[in-house]
Design a protein around this ligand. Structure first.
Ligand SMILES: Cc1cc2nc3c(=O)[nH]c(=O)nc-3n(C[C@H](O)[C@H](O)[C@H](O)COP(=O)(O)O)c2cc1C
Length: 410
């Protein structure tokens, strides 16, 4: 048997191993530094924000089945891997609507962003600008199109729209986007009526939050979040400033259940720039929409927050790309929590993916820096995945391709 020879411990060697960094006064600093992935940031976000806010972001509709299926489908993707390629130089850039972005991961529109972090939409759009990515501002944003353009003039800005009950209201909102120099309109079509979000109803979510007895407890638990809320501007739907209507009335005006294909044709006549249709969930609708003269579609089930028994966008992605990919750009969103999720969707044919919850977790965990960290982590995973599967460019990722296994284990 071989034994190691023992000697007296070397004090200088022991000394050299000690990490002399003093613990930070910020209890989250170490955790943020150690975060390996978006899930780690989500865990920090959960600790830093009131339950009502975290649940609003994390939750989905009804039984939350569609979101679970969306996540499971991503875990079933198998990316074809090639070896012995020189992968010392990886290029993650791609072209969206004729212009290059540095990574095929962009920011989906999310309402109420200042609820998640007091800086809100401009913080996210600034990360988009710094990383040469696209930011889509929601109609339900807490920053108006003009304010966003003023705060982050160099970001590629898309504006997400709902066709509202009153077409003149729709036109007024479109005008705000046009005047503020937004590049494209994203029409969300999976929300003819609001989804049923039981978590939010149970938590009594309102915007702005109502001060109740439970609020006082929440303030005691998350004082910094509340301090930020009370010491920064009013929380409101900025595109509807001056409408002065309660949320329930506003929602009834914003979503028009009678919206149909003619509305897309109408939109074409009032907006000269690119139009992207968000919320396509079938091959047939992808084909029908592609005929309306739009430039892109986002396959999306709204992150499982609308219809809780619809198809999983990822599972129809290859067929949709086959059917309309030459006519319109096909993007996808839903459940993208890692660079490998994004790589999977791109390998299955998506031009780019959009993230929602992922960046909101970053914002809740650490504001703009947290959003940047999400992009850094996802980029690291994306590049690592490209290298290990032998693809140097997005074109090669798509040439190598991927398939969705029928079950996780088989
Ligand atoms: C908190 C939150 C608010 C959202 N608000 C909107 C919205 O106002 N308009 C819209 O079209 N989609 C909205 N979405 C859906 C996102 O644009 C996107 O489709 C979805 O988040 C993708 O799934 P993921 O969150 O798993 O990435 C929202 C999503 C979240 C999480």
């Amino acid at each position: 048997m071989i034994r190691s020879s023992r000697k007296l411990p070397s004090l200088p060697y022991f000394w050299s191993l000690i990490d002399w960094t003093l613990p930070s006064l910020n209890p989250y600093k170490g955790k943020l530094q150690r975060a390996q992935n978006v899930a780690d940031l989500a865990a920090i976000a959960k600790k830093r924000t009131p339950k009502v806010v975290f649940d609003y972001v994390e939750g989905s509709a009804v039984d939350e089945v569609a979101y679970d299926r969306t996540r499971q489908a991503l875990a079933r993707v198998e990316i074809n891997s090639r070896v012995l390629r020189d992968v010392s130089d990886i290029d993650t850039s791609t072209k969206i609507l004729g212009k290059s972005i540095d990574l095929p991961i962009c920011f989906a529109p999310t309402g109420y962003t200042r609820l998640m972090h007091h800086v809100g939409e401009p913080a996210v759009a600034n990360v988009a600008a710094e990383n040469n990515l696209i930011y889509a501002l929601s109609t339900m944003g807490t920053t108006s199109p003009a304010e966003l353009a003023a705060a982050v003039p160099n970001a590629r800005r898309w504006f997400q729209l709902y066709v509202m009950k009153n077409r003149s209201d729709t036109l007024a909102v479109i005008k705000q986007a046009k005047d503020a120099g937004f590049e494209a309109l994203v029409l969300t079509v999976d929300t003819p009526v609001a989804g049923l979000r039981y978590r939010d109803n149970r938590n009594g979510l309102t915007v702005p939050p109502k001060i109740r007895l439970s609020t006082v407890l929440s303030i005691a638990r998350k004082p910094i979040w509340w301090l930020n809320l009370f010491t920064t501007g009013k929380l409101e739907f900025a595109a509807f400033r001056g409408w002065d209507k309660p949320l329930s009335e506003l929602a009834a005006l914003i979503f028009d259940p009678s919206t149909d294909f003619d509305d897309i044709k109408w939109l074409r006549t009032v907006w000269d720039g690119p139009i992207v249709i968000k919320g396509i969930q079938s091959v047939a609708d992808a084909k029908a929409v592609a005929k309306c003269g739009v430039q892109g579609i986002i396959l999306s089930n709204h992150g499982g927050r609308q219809f809780d028994r619809g198809p999983v966008p990822l599972e129809i992605l290859p067929e949709v790309v086959d059917a309309v990919g030459k006519k319109v750009e096909v993007y996808i969103d839903g459940g993208m929590m890692s660079g490998l999720d994004a790589l999977s969707a791109v390998a299955l044919g998506a031009k780019a993916v959009f993230i929602g919850r992922a960046y909101l977790y970053g914002a809740m965990a650490n504001g703009e820096k947290g959003v940047q960290q999400v992009i850094d982590l996802m980029r690291r995973e994306f590049i690592n995945g490209m290298s290990l599967s032998g693809s140097r460019t997005i074109e090669e990722v798509q040439k190598n391709g991927a398939q969705i296994r029928s079950s996780f284990h088989e």
